[in-house]
Design a protein around this ligand. Structure first.
Ligand SMILES: Nc1ncnc2c1ncn2[C@@H]1O[C@H](COP(=O)(O)OP(=O)(O)OP(=O)(O)O)[C@@H](O)[C@H]1O
Ligand SMILES: [Mg+2]
Length: 267
């Protein structure tokens, strides 16, 4: 049974992330990557597609509701990915569309996904971002139905998917972010965050859930460079990392001891 799961893992292409995910994403599963603006959601999606395509094994599509293809190509270049080359080889397609059109296409027989699967053997897909679906309805129940049928559509086509979601809070996680229950519908949830430490901003990655896997529970630092994302060591000696403003454990211990001494002196 364990061997079967191992065989069905799909690499994310992100250095250090597959190990956190018990070997990678499960083939045919859906992953939500959520985070504040600029935390690296689009970069992570681009690396995931490029890693499948560069091996010449798995064709991918990047569905964007916000970036013109030119901007996406520029963003990919900044982390060492040439989308042009992958597109020329027929291993990658970028689709700039509206949520309305995409939802209709996912549901429709012989729609966009059927065509991409038939024409290029589509296996991986990134949707950037699901937050744009919010404008399709004011009713949270209706939005949940839309998200449900949309995720089912991706699964029906056997795609390994990454869906991004924007969070408004820069520091800390936002309980108020429009969720429409999507975290419950997906197999894996990855949280990207900013963390303020020693007067500078660091990046943090945490796997909030992964079905059928024993995933890493640590909150790890990561970097974005011109060769992509690298996940590194956990935040050591810090507490409250998810608040965005963690405190150093030794400092806390020192302050506690110092405080007691002061109180003893005074009392
Ligand atoms: N070569 C690089 N070196 C260092 N940082 C880089 C490099 N390329 C991109 N970045 C950083 O990556 C971040 C952009 O990441 P990305 O566009 O994936 O974020 P995002 O979460 O998708 O943001 P948004 O919600 O605004 O779409 C920027 O903060 C940028 O500074
Ligand atoms: Mg983005």
């Amino acid at each position: 049974m364990g061997d079967t799961f191992q065989a069905e893992r799909v690499t994310t292409g992100v250095k250090g992330l597959d190990a956190m995910l018990d070997g990678g994403l499960l083939r045919g599963s859906t992953t939500l990557v959520k985070g504040a603006p600029g935390t690296g959601k689009t970069c992570l999606g681009l690396e995931f597609l490029a890693s499948g395509a560069e091996r010449g094994e798995e064709a991918g599509a990047f569905i964007t509701f916000e970036h013109f293809p030119r901007k996406l190509h520029r963003d990919a270049r900044s982390i060492g990915i040439s989308l042009e080359e992958l597109e020329k080889k027929g291993l990658l397609r970028t689709v700039f569309t509206s949520p309305e059109v995409f939802i209709t296409q996912v549901r429709q027989p012989e729609g966009m996904l059927d065509r991409l699967v038939r024409e290029m053997g589509l296996s991986r897909i990134v949707i950037d971002s699901i937050s744009h679906l919010e404008r399709l309805s004011d009713d949270p129940l209706r939005l949940r139905e839309i998200a449900y049928s949309f995720i089912n559509g991706l699964m029906r086509h056997g795609l390994t998917s990454i869906i991004t979601q924007e969070e408004p809070e820069i520091l800390g996680t936002s309980a108020t972010a429009a969720e429409f229950g999507i975290s419950y519908l997906v197999d894996t949830v990855i949280q990207l965050s900013y963390v303020e430490m020693d007067s500078s901003i660091n990046r943090a990655l945490l796997i909030l859930k992964q079905r059928a896997s024993c995933h890493d529970k640590a909150i790890r630092q990561f970097r974005i460079t011109d060769s992509g994302i690298t996940v590194e060591k956990p935040f050591e000696d810090r507490e409250g990392v998810l608040s965005g403003v963690p405190v150093r454990r030794e400092l806390e211990a020192f302050m506690e001891a110092f405080g007691k001494k002061e109180r003893r002196k005074g009392g």
